[in-house]
Design a protein. Structure first.
Length: 577
């Protein structure tokens, strides 16, 4: 029975680590080891920024894209309605790039469409190149990711392809000023004017976007406002296993009816994207590892959602709002918000329902969210994420103390009767049935439960996996130092010191356990920790730190319990001869 117990534990532990390894491969941009998915499509190479601009212009509408043979200025379909030729962009119209700076952003707007085409996050360093900041939105030869908005239905209204005029003076947030307002004005010449007012606030990753629509015609109009996030489908992966991991990259939709829905780019290609197309609330976003963007409209009201492949490896996720009737000479303002920044859970929760779900915890969200909450509270006290992880393990050990104590007591009893079991096995080695009966008799007489040591490990495995997702997904861990050489808890230890310590602590814990009577299982008991420890060389340093702390506390608890029960701790070293 003892042999069966060990086998079950190793199978469970091994299978869990194999699943983690498989997920790690996926999150590093590599195909799954066991259930490989089709490789992500890579964006075609461009010849320069101008080519990227042309590519973006060709596919920026969340609808059909003109063919390569279409003449300049040919109409494109926008979310919610078809656009007539009169609303097509002027191919010869001048386009100006307006660069503005706040304490958290360096943003670039294109006056063509008043579109946000580049967004540099000044508080976050690129993990691949620490001399650069993270660039979220971009429109370059390597990457396309922009935020657009415009009017549709009826035809002829300003869209994200219409030339705008920059009508503000300031291009930087002055010291002592809390917000920076940027105004872009478009007049299509048909009497309808659209003014986009972007308000960037100090310390905030939310841009308030006001759309002022003035009807200068002689008839009432009833337009719709669309907001779109458009990006290429290239999923950035790490070719170097020592680099930080990537997470889900794709679209996200939220309504109160169906809650949070992630949509892969591949699902759009296959027409298998599942999300609410209409609702009375909700938002649309784009998600990548650590960062996200979303168009928000927290005021309840009807809206529609769309997700389309735009060609040239471009994808658009949009939300369309009916503006309502605007009388002749009247002006209506629709205020929305554009979030673009880090997935800081507390900030996201305060912005819109369900927005914090862009932080991907996988299937263990129910465990991961409380763990993160507790970890965040500990960080508020300790001020260091590494020590917060250590403190979290202490608290988890306290929570499971009596359960662990019972398990270690069972293991100590097993160790105490191990000589009797070994003698019996040797005496009855040619009578397996009698051996099993005698073994069960000894267990009954000694009041030993051979499965008593299973429960702590069974409980620990989901907690371990949940914490893995917390450390993988939390932008707070990104570039967060612990001590000395550990400068980033979200990436592997650069010198492999923590994985080596973890391996040694695992072997020490194994040595303190009673040796299996079966020689083959005794060898496996030593080999399997070594094999699985290899994976920890590529796991985040924070996760390895968690496991080391857990091992050391387990060893200390096991040592104390063995001593109290009169079973002096001894090391059962392997015999491979």
């Amino acid at each position: 029975m003892n042999d069966i117990r060990r086998s079950i534990l190793w199978v469970i532990f091994g299978f869990s680590l194999v699943l983690l390894w498989d997920r790690w491969q996926i999150h590093n941009g590599k195909p799954a080891t066991f259930f490989p998915a089709p490789a992500a499509v890579t964006a075609p190479a461009e010849t320069g920024p101008d080519a990227a601009t042309a590519q973006a212009s060709a596919g920026q509408a969340a609808g059909t894209v003109p063919s390569a043979s279409a003449p300049a200025g040919a109409p494109v379909a926008l979310p919610g309605a078809a656009v007539a030729a009169s609303s097509a962009p002027d191919a010869n119209a001048a386009s100006e790039l307006v660069e503005v700076t706040t304490d958290v952003y360096k943003a670039t707007f294109d006056t063509r469409g008043a579109t946000l085409v580049r967004l540099e996050l000044l508080k976050y360093v690129d993990q691949d190149d620490h001399s650069r900041n993270v660039v979220l939105f971009d429109r370059s030869a390597q990457h396309t990711y922009v935020a657009q908005s415009g009017l549709s239905a009826p035809a002829g209204l300003p869209t994200h392809l219409t030339p705008f005029r920059f009508a503000s003076q300031q291009r930087a947030l002055p010291d002592g000023q809390e917000s920076l307002e940027l105004r872009f004005v478009a007049d299509t010449g048909n009497g309808v004017t659209l003014t986009k007012v972007f308000t960037l606030n100090r310390g905030s990753y939310v841009i308030n976007v006001g759309h002022e629509i003035t009807n200068g015609t002689q008839a009432a109009i009833n337009p719709s406002l669309y907001m779109q996030l458009m990006r290429d489908g290239t999923i950035k992966g790490n070719t170097n296993m020592l680099a930080g991991p990537t997470s889900f990259t794709g679209m996200a939709f939220y309504t109160d009816n169906s809650k949070f829905k992630k949509v892969d780019f591949s699902a759009i290609d296959k027409n298998k994207a599942e999300f609410d197309k209409t609702g009375n609330d909700g938002w649309v976003g784009m998600v990548q590892h650590y960062f996200a963007s979303a168009w928000l409209q927290t005021q309840a009201g009807p809206r529609s959602f769309d997700a389309r492949a735009l060609g040239n490896n471009l994808y658009g996720a949009s939300m369309t709002l009916p503006v309502g009737e605007i009388a002749p000479g009247a002006t209506t303002t629709v205020t929305t918000q554009l979030f673009a920044g880090p997935q800081e859970e507390k900030r996201l929760e305060a912005l819109a329902p369900g927005l914090e779900l862009v932080k991907d915890y996988g299937i263990f969200t129910i465990i991961a969210k409380p763990l993160y909450w507790l970890l965040d509270k500990l960080h508020g006290v300790l001020g260091n994420w590494g020590w917060s992880i250590v403190a979290l393990v202490f608290l988890l050990k306290l929570a499971f103390y009596w359960l662990n104590a019972k398990a270690y007591s069972s293991m100590a009893k097993m160790k105490a009767i191990n000589p009797k079991i070994m003698e019996m096995r040797e005496r009855l080695k040619d009578k397996p049935q009698q051996m099993q009966q005698e073994m069960m008799r000894i267990y009954r007489e000694e009041k030993v439960n051979p499965m008593g040591g299973c429960f702590p490990i069974l409980i620990q495995i989901p907690v371990f996996i949940a914490l893995y997702w917390v450390l993988l997904s939390s932008v707070e861990m990104r570039n967060a130092p612990w001590i000395l050489w550990i400068k980033d808890l979200s990436t592997p230890d650069p010198y492999f010191i923590l994985p080596v310590v973890m391996t040694l602590s695992t072997l020490l814990q194994t040595a303190l356990n009673p040796a299996p009577p079966d020689p083959m299982q005794a060898k496996l008991m030593w080999l399997m920790p070594l094999v699985f420890s290899v994976m920890f060389f590529f796991f985040p340093a924070g996760l390895v730190l968690y496991w080391i702390t857990n091992n050391l506390l387990s060893i200390a608890q096991q040592w104390v319990i063995n001593t109290r029960m009169g079973v002096p701790p001894q090391f059962n070293l392997p015999k491979f001869n």
